[in-house]
Design a protein around this ligand. Structure first.
Ligand code: HGY
Ligand code: MN
Ligand code: MN
Length: 421
C-alpha cells in the first residue's frame, strides 16, 4: 500500500525541527537544509534527478518517454509554521515522490516528464511574505523582499548567503510557461468538510485570496502604579480593542470573511510598565477578492478610529496580498475522473488556506486534490491523516498522472497576480 511508505516518511520528516518539542522548519534554517537533503535523497531513490534551486526549492525530474519534454509539475512546501503539524506541505511532496517511485518500479515512462518541487517557503513565517519559492519558479519573485528582516534582524539576503545560496541568482529558478503542462498539488484539507462528507479526498475549486497587514500602535509607556487610568495612552489596551473589533466585524459577515491576529508584541514588555508600543499582524481572507478588499479597507478604518480616540499613533502596512486563484476546469475534470475511477464520490470544495498554486498560476494551469485530515485540524501538532486516506490520495494522484492529458494552457503568462509586498 502506497500509504505505508508515505506515513513512515511523514513521521521521519516530522522529526526534522528547530526543537524536538514543537515542529518548526523555518525557511533557510539548518533544519530546513537537513529536510531538503532528505527529500532530495527520496527523489533520487525514486529514479529522479534532483537538485536544490537558487532559492532553496528541492526540484526533482522524472523524464518522459523521451528526454526534454514539458512536464506535469507536482509538489507542495517543506517549510512549516511554528508548532506545526507534520502533514501540511510534506504530504504533497512525499505522495508525489511515492507515485513517481511506483512508475519507476514498473518502468513506466509517459509522454510528458514529471517534476516534483518541494517549495522552500510557502508559509512566510520568517520574512512575513509568503510563496517565496513558488514565486521564484513563476518568475514573479519581488526582489524587495530580500531586504526584509527576520525577528533576529537578519535580512533575507544575508540568510540566503548563510544558507549557501546566492541572492543574485534567484532569477535562475524561474521556469518558462511552455516547460509545464500544469501544476497539480495534493494537500491536506486543513478544514472539516471532507470529514463531514465522509470522503477521503476532494477536488479543489479555487484557492482563496488573502491580505496580510502589519500594524504598529504607539502611545506612552509609564509607571503601572502612578499613572491614573484616564491619563493613559496604553498601546496594548488599544490593540486589544482593535483585535476584538476585527473579530466582531468578521463574525458579523455572511460571505465567508475570516480575520486573524496571529502575532502580537507589547513593548517594553514588563509587568509594571504601561505598554508604550504594540505591533500585531492581521490576516484577512474571503472567497471573493472584491469582498476581501472592501473588508480590509473597513477594518483599517476601524483601527484608525480606535487609535485616534485613544490618542495612539498608528502605522499599518500591507505586507502580502494574493488574489483568489481558480483551479482549471480541464484539470478539475481530470481530477474528478481519477477520484471516481478509484471508487470515491466526487466532491468539490474551495480552499480557505493559501497554497503555492497561487504563484504557479502565472506559468501554468493549477489543480489541487485535498485529503481528509482528522477534525479538520491544521497548523497544530494534532494535525493527522489516517493511513487509508493517505493511500487514497496517492492512488488518485497516481491515476491522474497516468491518465493525464496535457490540455491547452488557459491563461496568459503573468495573469494579474498581486505581487507579494
Ligand atoms: O496561510 C495559509 O493559508 C497557508 O497555510 N500558508
Ligand atoms: Mn500551512
Ligand atoms: Mn500548506
Amino acid at each position: 500500500m502506497l500509504g505505508d511508505e508515505i506515513v513512515s516518511r511523514i513521521n521521519q520528516l516530522g522529526t526534522i525541527s528547530e526543537t524536538p518539542e514543537h515542529l518548526a522548519r523555518i525557511f533557510l534554517s539548518p533544519e530546513h537544509r537537513i529536510a531538503a537533503d532528505l527529500i532530495m535523497s527520496w527523489m533520487k531513490d525514486a529514479g529522479m534527478a534532483a537538485h536544490l534551486d537558487a532559492i532553496g526549492n528541492v526540484c526533482g525530474r522524472y523524464e518522459g518517454d523521451r528526454p526534454g519534454l514539458p512536464c506535469l509539475m507536482l509538489g507542495s512546501h517543506y517549510d512549516t509554521v511554528r508548532d506545526a503539524g507534520k502533514w501540511d506541505g510534506p504530504l504533497g511532496i512525499i505522495t508525489a515522490i511515492a507515485c513517481v517511485a511506483d512508475l519507476n518500479r514498473r518502468g513506466v515512462r509517459l509522454p510528458f516528464a514529471i517534476e516534483i518541487v518541494g517549495f522552500a517557503d510557502e508559509e512566510g513565517v520568517r520574512f512575513s511574505s509568503t510563496l517565496l519559492g513558488s514565486r521564484a519558479i513563476a518568475g514573479t519573485f519581488d526582489e524587495s523582499v530580500l531586504n526584509t528582516r527576520d525577528s533576529a534582524g537578519l535580512t533575507m539576503r544575508d540568510a540566503m548567503v548563510a544558507f549557501g545560496l546566492d541572492p543574485a541568482k534567484i532569477g535562475a529558478a524561474a521556469r518558462a510557461r511552455g516547460e509545464l503542462h500544469a501544476y497539480v498539488e495534493l494537500h491536506i484539507e486543513q478544514g472539516p468538510v471532507l470529514e463531514q462528507q465522509n470522503l477521503p479526498v476532494g477536488v479543489v475549486t479555487a484557492i482563496a485570496g488573502a491580505t496580510r497587514l502589519a500594524a504598529n500602535l504607539s502611545g506612552m509607556a509609564g509607571h503601572a502604579g502612578t499613572v491614573p487610568m484616564a491619563l493613559r495612552r496604553d498601546a496594548l489596551a488599544g490593540a486589544a480593542e482593535c483585535i476584538v473589533a476585527v473579530e466582531a466585524f468578521c463574525k458579523a459577515d455572511d460571505a465567508g470573511l475570516v480575520g486573524t491576529v496571529g502575532i502580537i508584541n507589547a513593548m517594553p514588555g514588563a509587568t509594571n510598565v504601561i505598554p508604550g508600543r504594540v505591533s500585531f499582524t492581521l490576516d484577512i481572507r474571503a472567497p471573493a477578492d472584491a469582498h476581501r478588499k472592501l473588508a480590509v479597507a473597513e477594518i483599517v478604518g476601524w483601527i484608525e478610529a480606535i487609535a485616534k480616540r485613544r490618542e495612539l499613533s498608528l502605522q499599518i502596512d500591507v505586507t502580502h496580498e494574493n488574489r483568489t486563484v481558480p483551479c482549471a476546469p480541464s484539470l478539475k475534470a481530470q481530477m474528478a475522473e481519477a477520484v471516481a475511477a478509484e471508487g470515491y464520490g466526487v466532491f468539490e470544495l474551495p480552499s480557505g488556506a493559501g497554497h503555492d498554486g497561487m504563484a504557479m498560476i502565472d506559468i501554468a494551469d493549477v489543480a489541487m486534490l485535498f485529503v481528509r485530515c482528522r477534525g479538520g485540524i491544521s497548523h497544530n501538532p494534532a494535525e493527522h491523516v489516517e493511513i487509508a486516506d493517505a493511500d487514497a490520495g496517492a492512488r488518485v494522484l497516481l491515476r491522474l498522472i497516468e491518465n493525464f492529458r496535457p490540455g491547452s494552457q488557459t491563461r496568459e503568462a503573468g495573469g494579474g497576480q498581486d505581487r507579494a509586498r
